[in-house]
Design a protein around this ligand. Structure first.
Ligand code: PLP
Length: 403
């Protein structure tokens, strides 16, 4: 048998070990639910139980079902530890609230997921924590922002809505030289596009982020029916800190939701690759339509951050691209285009089976300059429908734009 580490992600997920009750053998993981976990006797109750992902004390802290999901996700992400949270956003808040203290500063990419931005702007100041936004393409400018107060650097690859792929390697090198903790929102990469803990496996094994987090709401669920998040680490001390915060913040999970994410994992890589292929094809097609000024997708040459994306080994790409329409098309016309689409839902989130389209007003969600000129922007999330059907729908939608 070949080395287990060499096996494909799908194979690893399907054959990930699971300890079933005596005499029961089947692939699906049992759904264990409890608030109360019973102790054998008072002596058993008085025994210390470490929060080690194996011991049981209270349903809030973990069940055989949630520990199995955490272990499988850690394998997928190339991490040692995984903490589960009730949403992607709560995974973001766990990292910032778990690590930052009064007087600390957090550096946040300007194209960060919107709610992470608002957390830094509206909530962290209550705890005396300051923030600054940086441009992930400009490592020199970023270096000048690092100070003795910088205690956490958020990264996101690719960034939200405008999908610029940052100079991840350059930024991480600067952070390591400065000794500051790094946290990557890896929802887009999903553990498939690249390994956040091992970004340069050939030249510098083990070079990567300190913390990764994901909205499991997106790819790992895949069904557009679950909200959940995960925070990953390799370092034990960092995990212990986050685990401590996790306990105090009361992040519990519904075990039926845990089951749904477990059910999504064996098909995760297939879905990711299929959606990636359809998305690249549609993004390239949209880029040559006469109404379109620019398409933002890191795998498209000329898209901001394309070289940084290409520089990461085996970089895949998620199901997102954004279209900037030529400035002569008004908001009303672009809205009419979206409304005319029959196969694209209008709504937030992504990586589910149904394709989605959302117009954005970027003027209110950025501090620095945008990577495109004038024009309305629409973010597309491609689902699992056939490419030809989606292309035909986009084509009929574009005819409305002109009308
Ligand atoms: C969706 C998303 C989140 C938040 O996930 P929720 O489960 O919706 O709270 C965080 N980061 C990124 C990049 C996302 O796309």
């Amino acid at each position: 048998m070949n080395d287990k580490k060499q096996r494909a992600i799908s194979t690893q997920q399907i054959h990930h070990p699971y300890q079933a009750p005596e005499g029961w053998d089947a692939h699906p993981v049992g759904v264990f639910k409890a608030s109360t976990v019973l102790f054998k006797n008072t002596a058993d109750l008085r025994q210390p139980r470490p929060r080690d992902g194996q011991s049981y004390r209270y349903g809030l802290h973990g069940t055989p079902t949630s520990y199995t999901l955490a272990a499988r996700l850690a394998t997928l992400e190339g991490a040692e530890h995984c903490l589960l949270t009730p949403s992607g956003l709560s995974a973001v808040t766990l990292v910032s609230l778990g690590l930052l203290r009064p007087g600390d500063e957090v550096l946040v990419p300007d194209n960060v997921y919107g709610q992470n931005r608002y957390l830094s702007e509206d909530w962290l100041p209550r705890f005396g924590i300051t923030h600054r936004f940086y441009d992930g393409q400009d490592v020199e400018g970023f270096k000048r922002m690092l100070s003795s107060n910088t205690k956490l650097v958020w990264l996101e690859a690719a960034g939200s809505i405008t999908l610029e792929f940052p100079d991840l390697i350059g930024l991480l090198k600067a952070c390591k030289a400065h000794g500051v903790t790094t946290a990557l929102d890896n929802t887009w990469g999903a553990g498939i596009a690249f390994n956040p803990f091992d970004l340069l496996p050939d030249s510098e094994p083990g070079f990567g982020v300190d913390i990764s987090m994901q909205a499991l709401t997106k790819y790992p669920s895949g069904g557009a029916d679950v909200l959940m998040g995960a925070v990953y680490t390799r370092d034990q001390a960092l995990h212990d800190k986050l685990n401590h915060a996790h306990e105090h913040l009361g992040y519990g999970l519904g075990q039926n939701d845990v089951e749904l994410v477990l059910r999504g994992l064996p098909t995760l890589e297939l879905r990711y690759r299929a959606q990636d292929a359809t998305t690249r094809a549609l993004a390239a097609w949209m880029a040559v339509q006469p109404e379109v000024a620019q398409v933002l997708h890191p795998a498209l040459p000329g898209s901001p951050g394309h070289a940084h994306w290409k520089g990461i080994s085996s970089a895949g790409a998620a199901c997102l691209f954004s279209v900037v329409f030529k400035p002569e098309y008004s908001e009303r016309q672009v809205d009419a285009f979206i409304d005319a689409l029959e196969l694209f839902g209008i709504g937030y989130s992504w990586a589910g089976p149904m394709s989605l389209a959302v117009p954005y007003d970027m003027s209110r969600s950025r501090s620095l300059s945008l990577p495109y000129g004038e024009g309305q922007i629409v973010r597309f999330a491609i689902g699992l429908e056939a490419e030809a059907d989606l292309r035909a729908d986009l084509l009929q939608g574009l005819s409305r734009l002109r009308g």
